[in-house]
Design a binder for this molecule. Structure first.
Ligand SMILES: NC(=O)c1ccc[n+]([C@@H]2O[C@H](COP(=O)([O-])OP(=O)(O)OC[C@H]3O[C@@H](n4cnc5c(N)ncnc54)[C@H](O)[C@@H]3O)[C@@H](O)[C@H]2O)c1
Length: 316
């Protein structure tokens, strides 16, 4: 029999909420892609835990304005500001950060979330998911960093939890989401952290019910792939954006700079790490590697012969 997961008691839950409130309450937050899906769920959780002001940067002007107005009506004050921004346009993101600074004075938390899945328009996918996320991350560092007058803060980069064996139909999307891990790992290095005081965390969500997921079978490079893609999706259990946002609040409380968190199948967040590349080398039975060093044009070149794999010589 599988051991049952222990349910937390009411007092433990109350303590957890209090601890999250300590981190979030009174903070100013910027969320990209906050007008729908995961970003909108993050927004609601920040409000629930007492954030001071929240700015949404999103390309969907209608939804962004509607959300800001709706929250103003229900709260009786302007808690949420919307700035119409295409994150793939660096100039627009720079302007949006300037406006946010003017509105909020300080930015404490940035959730770098805006992203698309559209393999048919893969140049746009790269522009939003990589250029857009890099722009947002750089500007977040610039505005929050301590060594140039900021107060430090938290940057959350939103990635995707995926098994590399299940990504055959999403080559470009997969590449963009892997890039975010590299970006986060670099920016969270103590080399930066000691100067900036900005904690950089990666949140990798598993399959989540948003319009991105619903539309995804129609956004593949070829229609022929659709049936296989849908079959792959059916292997996973889908979670709600609410659960991911709830998990993000816990991660803000316990996540250290450089940590990578997965939230999948509606469960509590767990931490993963990037393996040491030295441990990844493949070993074959009766493997032998012969290394020769030649000098060509005054430059030393190592020739590696791995006879068990190819029987060919290759340069390394
Ligand atoms: N849905 C999932 O299963 C899932 C899982 C893991 C990670 N993610 C990632 O989470 C993030 C949010 O995805 P989602 O599922 O909530 O998608 P979504 O489509 O529901 O929401 C994305 C939001 O980003 C906005 N947006 C799109 N392009 C933009 C641009 N150029 N500039 C500014 N805003 C833009 C959209 O208008 C929308 O409000 C993405 O980075 C996605 O890759 C999604």
């Amino acid at each position: 029999m599988r051991p049952l997961r222990r349910r937390s008691s009411a007092s433990e839950r109350a303590k957890e909420i209090e601890a999250i409130n300590c981190i979030v309450s009174g903070k100013n937050v910027l969320i990209t892609g906050g007008a729908a899906g995961l970003g909108y769920a993050f927004l609601n959780h920040f409000l629930k835990h007492g954030a001071n002001k929240i700015v949404i940067l999103d390309i969907d002007a209608e939804a962004g304005k509607r959300i800001a107005l709706g929250i103003e009506k229900s709260c009786g004050e302007k808690k949420v500001h919307f700035i119409h921004t295409d994150v793939s346009n660096h100039k627009q993101v720079t302007e949006a950060f300037k406006k946010t600074s003017a509105l909020l004075e300080t930015i404490d938390i940035v959730v770098n979330n805006a992203g698309i899945l559209d393999e048919r328009r893969w140049e746009k996918e790269i522009a939003v998911n990589i250029s857009g996320m890099v722009s947002t991350a750089m500007l977040a560092m610039q505005h929050m960093r301590r060594d140039t007058g900021g107060h430090g803060g938290i940057l959350v980069n939103v990635g995707q939890h995926m098994d590399i064996r299940n990504t055959a139909q999403l080559p470009v999307y997969t590449a963009t989401k892997h890039a975010i891990i590299g970006l986060s790992q670099s920016l969270s290095d103590p080399y930066h952290y000691e100067k900036t005081g900005v904690t950089v965390i990666t949140l990798c969500a598993g399959l989540t019910e948003t319009s991105m997921t619903v539309d995804s079978p129609n956004k593949l490079l070829s229609r022929v792939m659709k049936a296989d893609f849908v079959k792959t999706l059916e292997q996973f259990s889908i979670q709600t954006p609410y659960v991911v946002a709830q998990g993000l609040m816990t991660i803000l409380r316990i996540g250290e700079s450089g940590s990578i968190w997965v939230i999948e199948s509606g469960r509590a967040p767990y931490e993963v790490y990037v393996p040491n590349p030295r441990t990844l080398r493949r070993h074959y039975k009766n493997n032998f590697t012969h290394v020769d060093t030649k000098v060509v044009g005054g430059r030393a070149i190592r020739e590696v012969c791995d006879s068990t794999r190819t029987g060919l010589m290759s340069c390394a």
